[in-house]
Design a binder for this molecule. Structure first.
Ligand code: FAD
Length: 295
């Protein structure tokens, strides 16, 4: 089923993101995590695509998830390291496998400090990829957005202009980069609406589960500001891994409840291929149904 249809016809849309494992053991762990999360009846599950050869790997996994687990998949699809002909090759296979949903992305630069360089005969930006997909295929295609601006954007206004370009090029929904302060999401949505971006904007949430994640989330790659009180609370517990995990889960649960009560169309969970944190958060949300309080 297409995600734009789910967003129109269902209550909040909950989704889980996984990444392609490197090993057979990793793949078994992944399928165990997805199986454990399946009881929460996600609207869809997505599989990321890393640089290099994983374009086909992502395709194989989304096909397996749908066939073996009966879940609706979404394939992440970047334009990094590929010519337009190569992009068409995999898009054609996704279409032939009956995949409905694709998240179109540029892809990260090869290193955190490096610049993204388009492949010869390839594309430079996700908006070009979105235009290519919508002109040639019938996928429901989404794009990424950044409540705290993308690290390469020259200003928040420029970032918003590029986001609008994604929607004008065919994105029928957007999923945000992870964030920890809901004001960033609500402000971004308000600015997006004023700029004429009218598609659903699904917040992407990743709980802190280890103290060492704080620096990583605040790095250029994620650009997520961690509120001072949360940062301090994590630091105070850094020698107690279980307490950090409980704090991270509790924070994200409060965050999601406020987002859903404030009108967010669902939540996309970055799971890191693990089930316990996402399971705890979504179980509480499904019991409390904070979206019923949305005004
Ligand atoms: P773009 O839209 O191309 O934007 C990149 C930068 O260029 C931005 O600063 C933008 O403002 C600017 N820009 C855009 N268009 C133009 C233009 N026409 N002219 C000038 N500047 C422009 N990465 C992966 O490698 N694999 C994944 O599976 C993956 N999944 C993700 C899922 C989500 C929900 C999110 C939020 C990110 C994901 N990423 C993934 C990371 C993403 O690839 C990076 O954030 C990347 O640096 C930017 O991707 P984009 O699609 O937003 O790029």
């Amino acid at each position: 089923m297409r995600i734009d249809r789910m967003l129109r016809e269902r209550g909040p849309v909950f989704s889980f993101e996984f990444f392609p494992p490197h090993t057979d053991e990793g793949e078994e762990n992944l399928f165990r995590a997805i199986t454990e999360l399946r009881e929460l009846e996600p609207s869809f599950v997505s599989v990321t695509q890393r640089r290099g050869s994983t374009r086909v790997r992502t395709l194989e996994l989304v096909v397996r998830i749908r066939r073996e687990l009966g879940l609706e998949p979404m394939a992440h699809f970047t334009c990094a390291d590929a010519t337009v002909d190569e992009l068409h090759g995999v898009l054609g296979r996704l279409r032939d496998e009956g995949i409905d949903n694709v998240l179109a992305l540029r892809g990260d630069p090869p290193s955190a400090d490096g610049a993204f360089v388009a492949a010869a005969g390839g594309l430079s930006h996700s908006s070009e990829l979105l235009a290519l997909i919508t002109a040639n295929y019938d996928f429901c295609v989404g794009g990424a957005c950044y409540p705290e601006s993308h690290s390469e954007s020259v200003s928040p206004d420029d970032d918003l202009r590029q986001t609008k370009l994604k929607v004008d090029s065919g994105a029928c929904f957007l999923i945000t980069q992870l964030f920890f302060d809901n004001r960033a999401y609500f402000d971004f949505v308000a600015r997006a609406r004023r700029a004429g971006i009218d598609v659903p904007i699904i917040p992407g949430i990743m709980p802190i589960t280890r103290a060492t994640q704080v620096d990583r989330f605040e790095s250029k790659m994620f650009g997520a500001h961690i509120p001072e009180p949360l940062c301090e609370a994590v630091q105070r517990r850094k020698e107690e891994p279980e307490a950090v995990m409980q704090l991270g889960v509790a924070w994200s649960t409060l965050q999601c409840a406020e987002l859903l009560a404030g009108g967010a169309p669902g939540v996309h969970f970055y799971t890191l291929n693990r089930s316990p944190a996402t399971r705890a958060i979504l179980s509480a949300l499904q019991a409390a149904q904070p979206w019923e309080r949305a005004g």
